[in-house]
Design a protein around this ligand. Sequence first.
Ligand code: NOJ
Length: 540
Amino acid sequence: MKETPWWKRAVIYQVYPRSFADSNGDGVGDLPGVIAHLDYLQTLGIDAIWLSPVYCSPQYDNGYDISDYRGIDPLFGTMEDMERLIAEAGMRGIRIVMDLVLNHSSDEHPWFLSAKSDRESPYHDYYIWRDAGQAEDGPDSVGQASWKWVPEIGQVYYYQFSEKQPDLNWANPALRRELYDMIRWWADKGLGGFRLDVVDHLGKDPDLGVKVKGPRLHEFIREMRREAFVRPDLMTVGEAWSATPEEAKRYSDPAGSELSMVFGFEHIKLDQAEGGDKWDLAPLPFLRFKQVMARWQTELREKGWNSLFWENHDLPRIVSRWGDDGARRETCAKMLAVLLLGMEGTPFLYQGQELGMTNIALLEEQYNDVETLNMIRDRRKRGDVDEATILRAAAAKSRDNARTPMQWDAGENAGFTSGTPWLPVNPNYREINAAEQLGRPDSVFSCYRELIRLRHTLPVLSEGAFRLLLPEHEAVFAYERESAEARLLVECNFYGDTIPDPLDGEERGELLLSNLTGALPGTLRPYEARIYLKNRKGEH
Ligand code: NOJ
């Protein structure tokens, strides 16, 4: 029988290094800062760290614009620090997963500098060019592609994210070979795996007007799997905003020709207005949300593998987004933890989620994130929404919400830096911080730690089949996980009202975990979450 890969039983923790811990007082987190907090992560119990990019970069998009794939940006430290991180984490049983940004490079990458100065350069074709007249500078008429004029060579180049992130031309085999060499070189340093930025964009085809899921996408991924992800124990997770469960199965087919899993975002896109984008706010449609989660769970069962996440460095804080970041913040954060970590798949936690960190209220001039600043500029120019709506959207969805410094303790700057933090620390750090939560048994941190421990000890949590219960209930998210040995029941009151317990009187088994003490018989209190376990041994 094939052995279960490590990542199917793992919980992975995302570190956004710029905001995690600053060791040298420059206000920006760094690799020695991550090393200094490995004991904390070991206490939490995680199996791997996904590290957002630390490669050399002009930092226009905080490292998602790489100018040297084999170098560490001095802002974060040195290659020695990186190797020390891999070794020190390894000693604690923690693997390091690096971020691969392969769809585009920085416009300051030597490949691009050469490509844009000489049409005859061997690197020219590493990017996508059109002659004057074939494509216009700026977004094209259908908004399918954007092109930027380079007067030196009289051509425009293609980009999907920003002018400073020119798209790499994956149709060029020399480019692909060069990227695969680089990946193998990193894997040889002893990494646990890779997260692939916007993996569904790699097969883009401007001629066909296709940005995602281009015709050669899966061919490229399979080739990369063969040529670059050669160590069989590597975990690979692709960011795929466009993925449906059907496509996720293809990416994560257990036969193993592509990736371990993808991040699917169908659930994340539910709280936006029909036909709009993430800035067009709408309440979370609860029944639909349950349906979407359940569909990914059941469709990928044995035919693929799920990633489980509420947060990352691009998304708002989950307690603020779908819960209560006021009086019931802790109970609510724990409920969201139970709901997520009870499902089948590999959970990914984003730094600070284990503390129930919240969104931040920023003044317009305090935003740092390019995406937010572009949205504010574009919507003002468009002039069809009022000022208050624009700023409300920024407050709710800005990526800066996730990027405020990690809240370590109640000291100055939350213990993140002795200097001036690059982005304001959330003023609630005196109340919400790791030092306060570590030793407190009913903290959000303790709840995550216990859930991670359960995932490591109860096979039904990694293996059990998922079944949604009460699909039509307007407030309760309940499901079971069933294996040959056990049945686990997860019951969460998703909202802040006290309600009758719809599963009262059912044979639920032993109460294994709850986010509130005591119980009100027949009742679910606001954001109450429970896990019940029934062992099948001895049953007939
Ligand atoms: C997705 C990353 O998560 C995001 O932070 C980045 O801006 C884009 N890809 C472009 O690389």
